[in-house]
Design a protein around this ligand. Sequence first.
Ligand SMILES: [Zn+2]
Length: 310
Amino acid sequence: MRTKTLPKMRGLYTIICLVFLIAGFAKSQTRKIIDVHFHTRSAGDYGTTPPPNPASGRLPHASSNEEIYSSNLVLLKKYNIVKAICSGTIARNTDFITNDPVRFLSSLEFPDHQNNPLPDTLTFKKMAIEKKFIAFGELGLQYEGKTLADPEYAPYLAICEQLGIPVLLHTGEAAPNTPYMPCCPRFRINSGRPLHIEPVLIKYPKLKVMLMHMGFPFLEETKAVLNVYPQVSVDISVIDWAVPTQEFYDYLKALIVAGFEKRIMYGSDQMIWEDAIELSVKKVEKAPFLSKKQKDDIFYNNAAKFFGIK
Ligand SMILES: [Zn+2]
């Protein structure tokens, strides 16, 4: 009897394993993702011959606004990125939102690639009330050698605090040779230190702030800010594809070990390189130290809570 039932049981066991494997695979494919750092670039923003992706070496193949939209959309759909916080000009964000109003949400970038000035504060407030943008950023103030504590931004931060508009601040560093580039002679590493936001958080205690690029490589300052100020979260953008994998994993793991797993959000910061979406999603999926729940939180739950996405 035993010799007859054993092969049957083995067969059953194999079928059960296959079912679980298929279910697990389907689950990973249907994991919902929010990209909190998605740029709505225009053709020509990086010159007529854009450089290759510094991580993959691949050239961006989109050469028109329409191609930029469609090449990004293909990857957003492929990885089930159901929401993307668009960091760009209102005009370019509107292009994306008009095409797919469910997926895309507008955030007001400054400075932007068109060198638009900030709107005056009355206009800014009106635009915020009318939901022309749901967040203020990416604020690349570091590229101007400035910080969020610079007095010229104070009236805008007061409005953001009053209306519950999150502020999305570029922190950390930038590409090699940035201060020598024509765009950015005022760029300084020091301006990207996370601690520069402390006086802002003291003055506007209800202001929600997202430190883009998780303050990398200023780990100690980032941990201190996250610990003392619960209204601050981070995104993992660009570090999740442009730096060596182990470097990214070590930094992310340090924030997880420190207890901040509910305040870390996925972002691509794909700029003009749409393959950054694929590279970054895969790195998070493969992170050996993250549980399924932690991946769900980083990919979706934490951003849904931070941005109030239903
Ligand atoms: Zn940035």
